[in-house]
Design a protein around this ligand. Structure first.
Ligand SMILES: Cc1cc2nc3c(=O)[nH]c(=O)nc-3n(C[C@H](O)[C@H](O)[C@H](O)COP(=O)(O)OP(=O)(O)OC[C@H]3O[C@@H](n4cnc5c(N)ncnc54)[C@H](O)[C@@H]3O)c2cc1C
Length: 478
C-alpha cells in the first residue's frame, strides 16, 4: 500500500501549518501536498497550550487556535486542507524514513513517497527518567508539549482546587505554567537548579524583576537545587517532592518543564545533524538535497551570529516554514534565510520582547523598579541584542531594527545615557547611524562596572528558553 506526493511535510505542528498556507499562496496544485502527523488534530498554535488553554474561564479550545491565527493569518481547519486538496494524514506516526529511496513508512503500514520532504517534527519534552528520577507516569505529574498533555493538565488542575503545585524547571514552560496555575488559584512553588529563572536568556538583574513580580503573586521559589524523588500514596499519586537539598514539598500536583529534545531519530545516520537538530543550509536544505528541515528540529545558519543555531520559538518556526516553501517552489527567486531571533512574552500584566543575541556586556536603561526598562547586549564593539519590558509597538519595532543593524558601539556610558532613545533614533535614521562618541576615560571607567554583566551574558546554545507569554482575559486567548 502506498501513495506518492510531490511535497510531504513530516510533522503537523506550527511549522507545518504555516508551510501549508504558504504552499497554497504559491499555487500548489490539488493533490500535490501531504502532511503526516501523529497528533489527532490539524496544526495549531502550540503556544496557546500554556496560556489561553489553561484559563479557568472561557479557555481557548480548538478550532479557535489552529494555525495561522497567531500571525493574524487564515485559520486553517481540516475543511481548509480538504478544500485546497492537501492530504492531511492525522493520528499517524512515521516510524521509519529512507532518504535514498525518498520514502516514509507510517505506523499504519503505508509507504508514502515524496519528491521533496520537509521535516517539521519539532521536539519532545524531556522526561524526569532521563535524569534518573522515576514517577512521570503518576496521574498528577504533568508535562506540556501537545494537546493531549494540555487536556491532562487541565483535568489535574481541576482535580485539586486551591491545592499545592510544584513546578520543576525555571524556563519558559515552567514560568508560563506557574502563571497559569496562579490564575487557577493553585499555590505554586517553583524548583530549579539555576540561580534565577530563564537562566539561558535573562541576566540576574532582569530575572530578579520577574521573580519579584511572581512572588507578589504568591509564587515561592526554591533555587539552586533539583528534585531527587517523589513520595506516593497507595494509589500511586505523588504526595511530596523530595529535593536534593534535603527538603520536602507536599503536593497535590506537579508540572515538569525541564527542556526538550528535537525529534531527529528517524534521520540519524542518514542526514547530518548539528546542535541536536538536522543541519540545513541557508535554503533550509539538509545534507540530502530532497530533504529540508524547519522549526524546532532545524539547525540553520543565523547570519547575524555567523553560526548555526537551533531555535525553539514559534516565530522561527513560522518564518522558516514560509522560507522553505519559497526555497523549494521558487529556488531562483529565493535568497538565503536571514533570520533575526525574536522572543516575546506576556505574563500577567507584564510584556517583553527580545531580539538578537544575549552575549557580551549588558547595558541597562529605564526604571527597573517601575513598569518600563530594557537592556542592550554589546559584543565585540557592536550592539547584538536588545530587550524591552513594557514598551509600545513603535519602541519594540525600534529595538528590533537597531538589533538588525548591529551598530558599532564605542561608548557604553553614552549608550546607557541614551537608553531606549538610542534605538528609536537609529531606527528612524537607518542610513546614518548616530555614532556613540568614544571617550577613552568612559570606557575605562565603565568596563569594570559591567564586568559581571559580561559573565552573566549567556550564549544561546542548542536552544534558548523561549518566554513566558500569558494572554490575559482581555487579550487573545491563544
Ligand atoms: C506549551 C508551549 C508553549 C510555548 N510557548 C511559546 C511562546 O510563547 N513563544 C514561542 O516563541 N514559542 C513557544 N513555544 C515553542 C513553539 O511552540 C515551538 O517553537 C513550535 O511549536 C515549533 O514548531 P514545529 O512545527 O517545529 O514543532 P511542533 O509544533 O512541535 O510540531 C511538531 C509536530 O511533529 C509531530 N511529529 C513528530 N514526530 C513525528 C513522527 N515521527 N510522525 C508523525 N508526526 C510526528 C508532532 O506530533 C507535532 O505535531 C511553546 C511550546 C510549548 C510546548
Amino acid at each position: 500500500m502506498g501513495r506518492a506526493f510531490v511535497y510531504v511535510i513530516l510533522g503537523g505542528g506550527v511549522a507545518a501549518g504555516y508551510a501549508a498556507l504558504e504552499f497554497v499562496k504559491k499555487g500548489v496544485s490539488y493533490g500535490e501536498l501531504c502532511i503526516i502527523s501523529d497528533e489527532p488534530v490539524a496544526p495549531y498554535e502550540r503556544p496557546a497550550l500554556s496560556k489561553g488553554f489553561l484559563l479557568p474561564e472561557a479557555a481557548a479550545r480548538l478550532p479557535s487556535f489552529h494555525t495561522c491565527v497567531g500571525a493574524n493569518e487564515e485559520r486553517l481547519t481540516p475543511k481548509w486542507y480538504k478544500e485546497h486538496g492537501i492530504e492531511l494524514v492525522l493520528g499517524t506516526g512515521v516510524k521509519s524514513a529512507d532518504v535514498k529511496r525518498k520514502t516514509l513508512l507510517t505506523t499504519t503500514g503505508e509507504t508514502i513517497s515524496y519528491k521533496f520532504l520537509i521535516v517539521a517534527t519539532g521536539a519532545r519534552a524531556l522526561k524526569l527518567e532521563e535524569f534518573g528520577v522515576s514517577g512521570s507516569d503518576a496521574e498528577n505529574v504533568c508535562y506540556l508539549r501537545d494537546i493531549a498533555d494540555a487536556n491532562r493538565l487541565v483535568d489535574v488542575i481541576q482535580s485539586c482546587p486551591e491545592g499545592n503545585a510544584v513546578v520543576i524547571g525555571g524556563g519558559y514552560i515552567g514560568m508560563e505554567c506557574a502563571a497559569s496555575l496562579v490564575i487557577n488559584k493553585i499555590n505554586v512553588t517553583m524548583v530549579f537548579p539555576e540561580e534565577h529563572c530563564m537562566a539561558r536568556l535573562f541576566t540576574t538583574k532582569i530575572a530578579n524583576y520577574y521573580e519579584e513580580y511572581y512572588k507578589s503573586r504568591g509564587v515561592n521559589f526554591v533555587k539552586g537545587t533539583v528534585m531527587s524523588s517523589f513520595d506516593f500514596d497507595s494509589n500511586g499519586k505523588v504526595t511530596a517532592v523530595n529535593l536534593r537539598d534535603g527538603s520536602t514539598l507536599s503536593v497535590d500536583m506537579v508540572v515538569v518543564g525541564i527542556g526538550i529534545r528535537p525529534n531527529t531519530g528517524l534521520f540519524e545516520g542518514q542526514l547530518t545533524l548539528e546542535k541536536g537538530g538536522i543541519k540545513v543550509n541557508g535554503m533550509l536544505q539538509s545534507s540530502n538535497s530532497s530533504v529540508y528541515a524547519i522549526g524546532d528540529v532545524a539547525a540553520f545558519p543565523v547570519k547575524a551570529f555567523g553560526e548555526t543555531r537551533r531555535l525553539e520559538h514559534v516565530d522561527s518556526a513560522r518564518k522558516s516554514a514560509k522560507h522553505v516553501v519559497a526555497a523549494i517552489m521558487e529556488p531562483d527567486k529565493t535568497g538565503e534565510f536571514d533570520y533575526l531571533p525574536f522572543f516575546y512574552s506576556r505574563i500577567f500584566t507584564l510584556s517583553w520582547q527580545f531580539y538578537g543575541d544575549n552575549v557580551g556586556e549588558v547595558i541597562y536603561y529605564g526604571d527597573m523598579s517601575g513598569s518600563a526598562f530594557g537592556a542592550y547586549w554589546v559584543s565585540k564593539g557592536h550592539l547584538v541584542g536588545a530587550f524591552l519590558e513594557g514598551g509600545n509597538r513603535e519602541e519594540y519595532e525600534a529595538i528590533a531594527k537597531v538589533t538588525r543593524l548591529r551598530p558599532a558601539i564605542e561608548d557604553l556610558t553614552e549608550l546607557e545615557r541614551q537608553g531606549l532613545m538610542y534605538a528609536v533614533t537609529v531606527s528612524q535614521k537607518p542610513a546614518a547611524l548616530p555614532p556613540v562618541e568614544v571617550r577613552a576615560s568612559d570606557l575605562l571607567l565603565e568596563k569594570p562596572l559591567y564586568a559581571w554583566h559580561a559573565t552573566a551574558g549567556v550564549i544561546i546554545a542548542a536552544s534558548i528558553a523561549a518566554f513566558a507569554y500569558f494572554y490575559g482575559k482581555k487579550r487573545r486567548r491563544w
